[in-house]
Ligand binder design. Sequence first.
Ligand code: KIV
Ligand code: ZN
Length: 520
Amino acid sequence: MTSTDKNRVVIFDTTLRDGEQSPGATMTHDEKLEIAELLDDMGVDIIEAGFPIASEGDFRAVSEIAQRSKSAVICGLARAQLPDIDRCWEAVKHAKQPRIHTFIGTSPLHRAIPNLTQDEMADRIEQTVTHARNLCDNVQWSPMDATRTEWDYLCRVVEIAIKAGATTINIPDTVGYTAPVESADLIRRLIDTVPGADEVVFATHCHNDLGMATANALAAVEGGARQIECTINGLGERAGNTALEEVVMALKVRNDIMPFHTGIDTRKIMHISRRVATVSGFAVQFNKAIVGKNAFAHESGIHQDGMLKNSETFEIMRPEDVGLAGTSLPLGKHSGRAALRAKLRELGTEVGDNQLKDIFVRFKDLADRKKEVFDDDILALVTATTEGDDALQLVNLKVVCGTGGPAEATLEMEINGEDKSAVSEGDGPVDATFKAIRMLHPNKARLQLYQVHAVTEGTDAQATVSVRLEEDGMIATGQSADTDTVVASAKAYIHALNRLIVRRGKTGKDVKEISYRDVT
Ligand code: KIV
Ligand code: ZN
């Protein structure tokens, strides 16, 4: 990218910060590293890797992502407080290209929280941005809730931040309140009005409360913003953030009316979308633009007929452009290990020899039970491969259920290497199974989410199950897949419990101790 390329839009991904912050989307350390690597490889310009002062876990993740970064700028979030900014710098300073992102809520409602007058807040902004700039020459500043901040005050604080050394000014629509005309107009007027505005990059950060996050971000680009903040699958607080895949593909497909470009390799979109859905436990809705299961499916007779004659009849982009393999053949029980590895590569998943061995065993078992093993089945197998050193492992499960009374689950588990069994009754097969698990591994984790999806069509389809548990503020998500929904449920529950055990074991409090909403 050259600074003279006026139509280049910088992609700032905040899946690991705003996305991960949304209740229940917590990722493990290794998952954060994996997602950061995928983002870097797909050409994301800036990765907001976390909020270093929030917890030890966040700090470790941001600093390791910074150390491993390749081309992307690595950014950390900090409130407008000197210790936050110092901690953020400690975490990002190892990156090839570090950035500090500091913010404060500037609207009347947000100013009331720390109880600062306009002048006091202006002083705080000057002091904190100056401090950040003394540490790092790449500083982003955000007036949180900018779209509900008084116009004169917004201009005043943006000018102060620029003078204090901010290199990027981000204009967040924190509560998803704005509309496209306003979004374009706000950026345009700020650039026209604020002294020094042409020396910095303006960014847009939209939330999707009214379903307008993508439209608002694109409108902001029309208004002069050259950085879009977004997340994979639109993950994020409440209704989420602008979805990366939507803005990137919109700019690509409608380049005729929006002559802007990004550095994203769009063929990597599908794979990262699936990985984020898996590790966050937030499944992608079937009809989600670009990455939904149905986004390129053509079921009706008229559509199928048109598609066969000319795919452009109903398709404005090619599935290959977002990384969906064309019409690849399913694998069957005679397929060997090499075919499986080739298929995994085609799906964008590289696995080590040991993991391949594991997946191959599961694949053979699945192929025995299911005539054709489709791409989605293979991906579900990858998701379902558990770590061999987990404290809790499912050995055997038998469930008897019917219309006449409660279901009965007979469960065998290995707990820290020791075989244990239990029998439990419950209100249906899943309830009986979960109760049996709790008999063998008593815990006070609360079930926050239980979700089942059929991976492919047919009664022999695999079910993927997500289970989210909460215990003392710690949240863990488990996933698994099996042609038997109850077995998949048991494995997903056990997976989540294993993650809670790991997290509890680390410090007993790898929990978000500070939220970025705690503005003091
Ligand atoms: O939505 C928001 O205002 C934010 C800021 C921290 C940029 O996420
Ligand atoms: Zn946000």
